[in-house]
Each structure stands twice: as C-alpha cells, then as structure tokens.
Ligand binder design. Structure first.
Ligand code: ATP
Ligand code: MG
Length: 420
C-alpha cells in the first residue's frame, strides 16, 4: 500500500518485502522497536534508517539506532515521557532509555537548489547549510541523506525496506556513493568528507570515483567545521577500533594535512619514519584497547599527533638558548596555537593535551614524594601510557624512566590491592 505523501510513479519497485531482505527485528534493540511501534500505533510513519539498517545488513552490531518519522518533534515528545528535543542545526527528538538514546528525526527536505528561496534554509556564502528545519516527505528525506547505504529505510508497518537510491546494490558491492552531486553535497556540509573516510575505514568499503574525486579539491572546507562537530568526528574516526585505517585514508585523501598541518610537516620531514611509526603505534594501541573494551581517550591520540612537531619546535628554541624545560613549554604553546588556527580544537582538549605533555617532564624528575604527587595527577594514566608509547617507539632516552615508572605503578597497584 502506498502512503499519501509518497507521490511519483514506480516507487513500489523500491519497496523490498520482508522475505527478500535480512533486516530482522531480532537485530534491532528493544528501545528502538518500542519507539517505532509507538509512533506507528499513534498513526505516524516510522522507519529505522541510517547505520542501524546498514550495519544489520552487513552483519555488524549497530552502535545506535536512528528513527525517521512524519511526526513533528513536538508530536514525538508528546508520545514519550523520556524525550528531549535537541538540535543545533536540526531539531531532533532524543528518546532516553537509561544510557541508550534513540534519535527520532522528522522527515526533512533539504535539496538546496529547490530551497534557496526558502527563508527557513540558511546558506553561508560558500553554499554551506547553516540551518535547515524544512520538513518534508519520506522521499525528500532520502535525498538529503549522505550516502546511498545510509538511506535504507526499514518500515515497522510491514517490515519492508525502502531503497530509492540503489543503496542495497552499493551495499553488496561494498561501495560508498554520495546521493546527488558529491561536489555540491560536500560544499553544503564538509563533514561529509570526513564521514566518507570514516565509513570507508569502518566498513572496509571503496569510495566510488565520483564521490572521492571532489574530496581532493574541496578538502580545505573542513577548516570551517565548528570544533564540536569536528570533535564528534574525531571520536568516531579514531576511537572506534579503526583508527589506523582512518589515518591512512585521511592521508591518502589529503585531508590529514588540512586537519593537522603541523603533524603533516613532520610526516614529510627528515624524521618521517619515526613520526609515522609513533603515530601508527598510538593508533594501533588505541584500536586494540577498543577491541578489548578498555578505556580510550582522544587527548592521548592528539598529544601523539602533535608530539614530534612540538619536539622539533623545542629543539629549535633550545638552539636559540632556551633551557630544555623553557623550550618545552614554549614549544607546547606554539604548536597548540598553530594547530588551533588550522582547525578549531576545544579548550578542554588543548588543556588535556598539554597536561599529558607536561607529565612527560615531571616523569623525568621523579624523586621521593614527587613521584606520589605525579601518580595522583588526574591524567596520570594517559601520561604514563604516553611515556610507554614513547619508549616502545624508540625514544631511547626515556626507556629507563619508563621502566622505573612501570615498576612504580605495578608496586603501587599491588599495594592498593593489598590494602583493600
Ligand atoms: P554510525 O551511527 O555508525 O556512526 P550512521 O550512518 O548511523 O553511522 P549517524 O551520524 O548516526 O551515522 O547519522 C544517521 C544518519 O543520518 C546517517 O546514516 C545519514 O543517513 C544521516 N546523516 C548523518 N549525518 C549526515 C550529514 N552530515 N549529511 C547527510 N546525512 C547525514
Ligand atoms: Mg547512527
């Protein structure tokens, strides 16, 4: 049965009935199903969409579930007690189930060409969408999504999958393809370039030629992305178990040099092998921690990305006559400032990176009571892991210090256990 809003000819051919696809309710979280059913029972359309459908079809475990509906955010809110409306660029409903959040988005229209005259859709001069709260139909919603494999809709009403952009074909071919004109879609929202890399890394997909080509030209636009969105992307790219591949792809698509110009210079410089080894070790370490469900932290990685640029700067300053400690602090400030002027980093992140670095100096001056003070530092773990990373990556001068601290940590951990 075709619903009221979907107009157009031949759309039925895009409806894949339950018996012809692999999305099963058994693979969808209980809270997500609850949200879908309640929306449907209230007379609204309700679809699971995005990573939830894509990952289930790939046999992966989705980390979150997104719902699309024709209910307005306020209507969604009325249906759920545990619901909050949020949204910087878009108004969304978040339905909370403990720590589990189901994101419910109202169908949106955002083809900028059709909407330039629409006052509710605000563009920057470069064509970037700054605000769009233009509600639309399911079909509109399809065309404002990024990649075809992210635009598969699972209908809770008849358990069919809607595929208007050949997403299933691309999924089978393990191909990432932008919906619409990639050039324009990247201009509207440069984060899509980072998302392309993230999905290629995570899913081991190839980016199709027309989707990858504009990245080489438009990479610079990522400098306009606000700090908060960039931070989200960094976390998803580097702290989800495929950081090494993300790093390699970012370099391949020449985005790494835009995001981390200082690091990129070191990666092209005379210490390139060392620098690359160091960064790769940091990412490998993080990837394996993710696999083992151990805690990971972004400041640790960024501290690693910027470590060599900082060291190189410090050496330069020492040659100018500064003491090693002075040079270290001065270089930290300079490198972090330059990084900040390339792309935004939150103050908290910058502070955390600085603390990890500062601990490196304090580790070397470890006598008596001071060692315990250092041990009590809130960022001790990250700093200590960083020290071990340096030692393991060939910084010979810190090997002894690292060994000393390892013994200190083990002794103290044992001591703590005994006291329990
Ligand atoms: P994952 O949750 O594994 O990171 P996802 O595909 O679910 O992957 P989300 O960021 O949760 O990614 O977004 C949900 C869906 O919203 C996407 O699948 C996509 O359809 C759409 N979407 C998200 N961000 C954008 C964007 N910048 N441009 C266009 N569509 C987007
Ligand atoms: Mg998602």
């Amino acid at each position: 049965m075709r619903k009221r809003n979907e107009g157009g000819k031949g759309l039925e051919s895009h409806i894949i009935p339950r018996r012809q696809h692999q999305v099963s309710r058994a693979n969808i979280s209980k809270p997500a199903l609850k949200v879908l059913y309640r929306l449907r029972d209230a007379g609204f359309q309700a679809y699971l969409v995005g990573g939830g459908v894509r990952d289930v079809l790939l046999g992966l475990h989705p980390k979150d579930f997104d719902v699309a509906t024709d209910a307005l955010p306020e209507e969604v809110q009325k249906l759920f007690q545990n619901c909050r409306l949020i949204g910087r660029r878009f108004r969304l409903a978040h339905v909370h189930f403990g720590s589990h959040i189901i994101e419910v988005a109202t169908f949106r229209a955002s083809s900028p060409k059709d909407n330039v005259s629409n006052p509710r859709l605000v563009h920057s001069e470069a064509g970037m969408i700054l605000r769009d709260n233009v509600y639309g139909t399911l079909i509109d919603d399809v065309f404002r999504r990024d990649f075809t494999v992210n635009a598969l809709y699972y209908n809770i009403d008849d358990f069919s999958v809607r595929d208007y952009v050949d997403g299933l074909k691309d999924l089978k071919a393990r191909r990432l393809r932008m919906i619409g004109d990639a050039n324009q879609r990247y201009r509207e929202d440069p984060v899509r370039m980072l998302r392309a890399i993230r999905f290629a890394a995570k899913l081991n997909f190839k980016i199709s030629p027309e989707t990858e080509t504009p990245i080489f030209e438009l990479g610079n636009l990522v400098t306009q992305v606000p700090a908060a969105r960039l931070l989200d992307e960094y976390i998803k790219m580097f702290l989800a178990g495929f950081g090494v591949v993300s790093f390699q792809l970012l370099r391949h698509y020449r985005l790494f040099r835009i995001l981390f110009p200082e690091t990129s210079r070191s990666l092209d410089g005379k210490n390139r092998t060392l620098v690359e080894g160091f960064i790769t070790n940091a990412l490998k370490d993080t990837d394996s921690r993710v696999r083992e469900a151990r805690p990971v932290a972004l400041p640790f990685l960024l501290a690693a990305f910027l470590w060599y640029p900082m060291q190189e700067e410090a050496r330069r300053l020492m040659a100018e006559g500064l003491t090693d400690v002075q040079a270290f602090y001065e270089a930290s400030t300079l490198v972090l400032q330059r990084q900040q002027s390339a792309v935004a980093l939150s103050r908290r992140l910058v502070l955390a990176i600085r603390e990890i670095w500062t601990l490196q100096v304090r580790f070397s001056k470890r006598v008596g009571k001071r060692a315990l003070q250092v041990y009590a530092h809130p960022r001790f773990r990250a700093g200590f892991d960083f020290l071990c990373l340096r030692a393991a990556s060939g910084e010979r001068e810190v090997q002894k210090v690292a060994t000393w601290w390892k013994q200190f940590v083990e002794a103290n951990d044992e001591h703590k256990l005994r006291r329990r």
